[in-house]
Design a protein around this ligand. Structure first.
Ligand code: NAD
Length: 262
């Protein structure tokens, strides 16, 4: 499917997503939830895939339309994510938009990181993103193309202390994004990556629970001197999937308050 700006040369309308059919992984919390809200507010039909069940009757409290479809699946499980994407594709009558926000973090230098922590982080962040895209792409090709946004991290771009497994997994997501962009441009699929800096979500809160100074330390890594809001990451994802980004693919965008600029 060619989008309006490709066919008419008309100026693209920023972040208007009417008629788009979107899947967001990790959409029940933090950054994924903000992205799910933002895409749905822009007019996209939405399916959330997450391993955490949707709270019964509480989608409206989360700022999601009550008819949002939720599918419980572990993105690191090949059969589960393949089945979830198949069901999402059926529910939406086609799939043209994908944001892969599900992820986990573990702290530690390389010698401090257990094999089980390495396996867990790489399985979810890198293998899970790979499996999600592998299941979705043939369906997006059938839909005539579309847009994928992966969520990596500033820690996929630069080294930071004691985040060895996480950084390695997110560096993998950055390179996977470029490979996907190269392979699927000819199918009309654009693939871009957002690399958040520190953002106030349950993931970051978990680090702050074990280190009282974590928020201040994270804020100090940015040029803007503060932690980001999930909505500030969602704005970048919404831009990338929209026709306003119709000439952008393979881009890696740090949305990190300048943390990686110095
Ligand atoms: N918060 C930050 O500071 C920050 C910074 C950089 C990158 N990120 C990345 O942004 C993404 C979202 O992080 P967040 O801070 O919103 O975290 P979060 O913990 O608030 O939300 C993550 C969501 O992903 C889901 N999830 C985790 N593993 C899953 C799996 N195997 N299968 C299905 N769903 C799974 C969780 O259930 C949860 O709903 C992650 O990829 C994370 O690495 C976060």
């Amino acid at each position: 499917m060619l989008h309006e700006s490709q066919t008419t040369g008309a100026a693209p309308v920023f972040a208007h997503l009417n008629g788009r059919r979107a899947v967001v992984t990790g959409g029940m919390s933090g950054i994924g939830l903000a992205i799910a809200r933002s895409l749905s507010q822009a007019g996209a039909a939405l399916v959330i895939i997450d391993r955490t069940p949707a709270p019964a009757g509480r989608l409206r409290d989360l700022g999601l339309p009550p008819d949002t479809n939720f599918i419980k699946a572990d993105i690191a499980d090949e059969a589960q994510i393949a089945d979830a994407i198949r069901r999402a594709d059926e529910f939406l009558s086609g799939l043209d938009t994908l944001v892969t926000a599900a992820g986990i973090a573990r702290a530690g230098t390389t010698p401090e990181t257990s094999l089980s922590d390495l396996d867990a982080v790489v399985s979810v962040n890198l293998k899970g993103t790979f499996l999600t895209c592998r299941a979705a792409i043939p369906r997006m090709i059938s839909a005539g193309g579309g847009a994928i946004v992966t969520i990596a991290s500033e820690q996929g771009l630069v080294g930071v202390p004691a985040m060895a497994a996480y950084s390695a997994s997110k560096g993998g997501v950055v390179q996977l994004t470029r490979s996907l962009a190269v392979d699927h441009a000819r199918h009309g699929i654009r693939v871009n990556c957002v690399c958040p800096g520190p953002v106030l979500t349950p993931m970051l809160q978990a680090f702050a629970d074990s280190d009282a100074g974590a928020f201040a330390k994270e804020a100090a890594t940015t040029l803007l001197g503060r932690i980001g809001r999930p909505e500030e990451i969602a704005a970048a994802a919404r831009f990338f999937v929209s026709d306003a980004a119709s000439f952008i693919t393979g881009a890696i965008l740090a949305v990190d308050g300048g943390a990686t600029a110095h």
